[in-house]
Each structure stands twice: as C-alpha cells, then as structure tokens.
Design a protein around this ligand. Structure first.
Ligand code: ZN
Length: 159
C-alpha cells in the first residue's frame, strides 16, 4: 500500500471513530451529566418567571384612587339666595354646607340631614331608610352624585 493510501485509511478511521462517538455515545456518562444540564435550566426558569412576575407586580396598572376631600362645601344658591341641597347628599342646613356622601355628622358633631332621592323628604343622614317612602340608601364608598339640571316637573304642584 502506498503512503497516500495509508494516510487516507488513517483519516477514514479517525473520521469513523468521530462519527461513532456521535452516533453511539456513551449513554452512561451522558446520563451522569444530565443534572448539569437540568439544574441550569430549572434555575433559568425560576429566574425568568420570578423576574417576569416582579416586573408584572411593579408595572401593572393600578386604580388611581384619590382620597375624597372630607371638608364640607358651601351649598350653591338659587336666584332667591336660598341654598340648594342635592338629594342624597348629607348637608348641614344651619351653615348651608354640603358634606361628602357617607358623612353622618358635621365637623362639630351635629347630625346631618339628607333629602331622599326618591321622594325628596328630608330626614337624618344617619337613617338608612326613608321614613316617608321607605327607600333604602346604602352608602357604598364616596361616589359623587351629579346634581340634576332642575327639579322634576310637577314637583311644586305635588308639594
Ligand atoms: Zn323617600
């Protein structure tokens, strides 16, 4: 056999040995190395999910609640100069002040009055149901009620 032929045979042998390493690996050794591959993957998974949840907790949109000003407001006046008290809003008739919804007493501790949104009867704001029409008012949070543009038609005739 010539020099070149033996060289080619050696090259082919080395190549076949290399292919054999890939095609039929030493499974026992690879199984022994398996924890080295799994542990970083698990750690990476924990890190990525922890980072994602932290990012979510930091950047998630939150309800922007501003505290309602508990100070009473001066009631608006009509053309005759009389204070207008919107129904469903507690008010202090003595000082013509309207308090935020949910307030039961004035700053000085006197009970507040409230006009019933159903029938318009004035009652104490502490009472949960109207003594005239029986309408029950449950105060849930401090939601501002919009004042109607005017009184309902026929209100003066009925009163
Ligand atoms: Zn009523």
């Amino acid at each position: 056999m010539s020099e070149i032929g033996s060289r080619i045979a050696e090259l082919i042998d080395a190549l076949m040995g290399f292919i054999a390493l890939i095609v039929t690996p030493d499974w026992g050794a690879l199984i022994g190395l398996l924890p080295l591959f799994i542990v970083p993957l698990v750690a990476l998974w924990f890190f990525s999910t922890g980072a994602a949840w932290s990012l979510m907790a930091i950047t998630k949109p939150r309800a922007s609640l501003r505290p309602v000003d508990a100070a009473p407001q001066a009631a608006e006046r009509d053309a005759a100069g009389l204070p207008i008290y919107p129904a469903g809003r507690p008010y202090d008739a003595r000082n013509a002040q309207i308090y935020p919804i949910g307030t039961l007493r004035t700053l000085s501790g006197e009970p507040l009055q409230m006009g019933c949104p159903g029938c318009g009867a004035v009652r104490l704001a502490e009472l949960s149901s109207c003594t005239a029409c029986g309408m029950e008012i449950r105060l849930r949070g401090r939601v501002q009620l919009a004042r109607p543009a005017g009184p309902p038609p026929g209100g003066a005739a009925r009163a």
